[in-house]
Ligand binder design. Structure first.
Ligand SMILES: Cc1ncc(COP(=O)(O)O)c(C=O)c1O
Length: 445
């Protein structure tokens, strides 16, 4: 089949994620033939700079020789084994390595196969923990405003984004929501205000709360919003005071994305439960892990007849191929000091990003954490008047940048970079140039 017939078939029969499929009739999907480092290549071998790391999972560049070799070797050794009552060396090695880098005190690891399934698992562990430790009153969940934790039913219920959940509301449990500080538009004083609000919130609901789930420091799908570590620390202390479990969803932030190994490290906290996925295998295989403390784990440990076990399973739990990739990723991160190198690139990028893009007529605030940089576009930045949603400014910029060889994928009218940690300055300079041009072209500045 030639490229056109392949795409025709795709548009007719394949339902793509989070897309209005009618858009595909006039703007068909790009056929990608191969990838290397920060670049994807289309059927004509045209390079496309992937500045969003393929939905944030491609941590060390595409088709990394060492990860590919690990995957290939593992595929000839052991591709899958039932994980109930069976185990394998790969997962034991990896768990030992992971335990060395996660926040101190996370000592038990339950494997699943994608971000949302790890969130479901975390919610169920939290609920069962409370029920089995005599807190039958603690049945409610809380999350942050503007949060995103995935799109399965439980994960949607603890998310705050109408776009994904509106129609399913009758299917979702009711969840309480806490305000999040916005220091970029409301100033530093918003942090203290939100902490006071959180204290009142816990006074009112703390006794009935099972768990609070948060994206630590960075609310990704909610528009790359960043809040300071002191807010996370305050939430952690409140959870502790009221016997509420803190679930840190580090699916998007884990493995160096925020400049430290985990976003929780910025606040020096250990959550009760932590979810990891996305970058864990560098984009090679779907995999996730839920990490918990002894305190949580021990509540499930008893004679079989007591019925306290966590009766939860996923067919692909700890799949050896995924674990082999995860092991290679962690080995490279540690051995090559990737975070330290990324830190230098991050300081440089932050300056360049604000200098080149922050000064444009339609750009509101720029913000950054680690190598992640984001900006919001406004019709009038002095009054923060948004563009009419019909204009689909973000989408138009996406199309314009793509023409010039950059994969940007904005979230609404928020543009961001979330590149592989080992991206070069030359590649980033190229991304900045194309982004600047695309913004000017679409916004008419
Ligand atoms: C913070 C967070 N939690 C959960 C998820 C869901 O992960 P998955 O898409 O693998 O189900 C995402 C995905 O973007 C995420 O960013």
């Amino acid at each position: 089949m030639n490229a056109n017939s392949l795409i025709d078939f795709d548009v007719k029969h394949i339902w793509h994620p989070a897309s209005q499929m009618k858009d595909y009739e006039t703007f068909p999907p790009l056929l990608i033939k191969r990838a290397k480092g920060s670049y994807l290549y289309d059927e004509n071998d045209r390079p496309i700079l992937d500045i969003v790391s393929s939905w944030w999972c491609n941590l060390l560049g595409h088709c990394h020789e060492e990860i590919s070799a690990a995957l290939s070797a593992q595929s000839r050794k052991l591709e899958h084994v039932i994980f109930a009552n069976f185990t394998h060396e790969e997962v034991i090695d990896y768990t030992r390595m992971l335990m060395e880098v996660v926040p101190n005190g996370l000592t038990h690891f339950n494997y699943a196969d994608n971000g949302s399934s790890s969130v479901e698992m975390a919610l169920k562990i939290a609920f069962q923990y409370q029920m089995q430790s005599g807190h039958q009153n603690k049945m409610r969940f809380a999350c942050l405003e503007n949060s995103y934790h995935g799109e399965t039913i439980g994960a949607l219920a603890v998310g705050s984004m109408d776009l994904y959940s509106r129609i399913y509301k009758p299917m979702l449990m009711e969840t309480l929501r806490l305000k999040v500080p916005d220091v970029y538009y409301k100033g530093e004083s918003d942090v203290e205000k939100c902490i006071i609000y959180a204290r009142e919130f816990f006074q009112k609901y703390g006794e009935s709360l099972c768990a609070l789930i948060v994206e630590p420091l960075l609310q990704g799908a909610g528009g790359m919003k960043i809040y300071p570590p002191e807010f996370l620390k305050a939430l952690s202390e409140l959870c502790h005071e009221y016997g509420v479990l803190l679930i840190a969803d580090e699916i998007a932030t884990g493995f160096g994305r925020t400049g430290k190994f985990f976003a929780c490290n910025h606040a020096m906290i250990t959550p009760d439960i932590m979810c990891l996925s996305k970058a864990i295998t560098g984009g090679y295989m779907p995999m996730s892990v839920v990490c918990t403390t002894d305190r949580v784990y021990d509540v499930f440990l008893a004679d079989y007849k007591e019925g306290r076990a966590f009766m939860h399973s996923h067919t692909y739990a700890a799949n050896p191929l995924g674990v082999a990739c995860a092991k290679a990723v962690l080995t490279i991160l540690k051995r090559d000091d990737i975070l330290k190198k990324a830190h230098k690139t991050a300081s440089w990028l932050q300056e360049e990003f604000s200098r080149r893009l922050g000064s444009l007529d339609n750009v509101g605030s720029t913000r950054h954490i680690g190598l992640i940089n984001a900006l919001d576009l406004y019709d009038d930045k002095s009054t923060l008047k948004p563009f009419l949603s019909d204009r689909r400014v973000g989408f138009e910029i996406y199309k314009e940048a793509l023409k010039e060889g950059l994969l940007l994928r904005p979230i609404g009218d928020t543009l961001y970079f979330n590149p592989p940690l080992n991206i070069s300055r030359e590649e980033l300079t190229c991304a900045l140039e194309i982004a600047e041009h695309a913004i000017k072209h679409v916004c008419g500045a």
